[in-house]
Write a protein that binds this ligand. Structure first.
Ligand SMILES: [Zn+2]
Length: 178
């Protein structure tokens, strides 16, 4: 693998997916806590309840933490779906956003205008990006290996989404049982 735009693109996606996994890890920890709390409530174990609630202040604090975590997970789902659709688009069009113009299709060249008797004024000349001819996107050919890797990423993003839906569902169910 080299430093081609495709490699950089895949690196970026991989970093994103790793961050999603961290979110899932946190969510799993929280649902385990809620589950333990529910058991302590059922067993009328006051000491254990107090111990579990300590970091959250109260059972309201625990519920609040769960709800805000569900919100966070829903946002993560949106981000995953964005990443997956970026990958899908790439597989269809084999294009990436141009890195030179950041996908805008234009570049701004600084110009200094100097009129007689006045201080130089800084301004910009807007030109079509030479890298992508003003399209904002650049076409790529990719090898089979990269193509297979991208398909795996898409598959993985979809399964992560499934795990997230399930986790949110579990946390909500647990909350109802408290
Ligand atoms: Zn460009």
């Amino acid at each position: 693998m080299d430093d081609s735009p495709i490699t950089l693109f895949l690196d970026e996606i991989f970093d994103e997916i790793s961050a999603y996994m961290d979110d899932i890890g946190e969510a799993k920890e929280l649902s385990t806590t809620v589950n333990k709390y529910a058991q302590a409530v059922r067993k009328k174990d006051r000491t254990r309840r107090a111990l579990i609630l300590k970091p959250f202040g109260s059972d309201r604090g625990l519920k609040k933490a769960c709800l805000s975590h569900c919100d966070k997970l829903n946002k993560t789902r949106e981000k995953i779906s964005d990443s997956a659709s970026t990958l899908n688009d790439f597989m269809i069009n084999k294009e990436l956003s141009c890195s030179k113009c950041m996908g805008t299709g234009v570049i701004r060249k600084p110009l200094y205008l100097r009129e007689k008797g006045s201080a130089g004024q800084r301004t910009f000349q807007v030109k079509d990006c030479p890298e992508c001819d003003g399209k904002g996107k650049v076409k790529f050919t990719i090898n089979e290996e990269s193509e297979a890797l991208i398909m795996k990423f898409i598959e993985f993003a979809n399964s992560l989404d499934f795990v997230l839906i399930n986790t949110i569902h579990c946390i909500r169910n647990l909350l109802h049982s408290l």
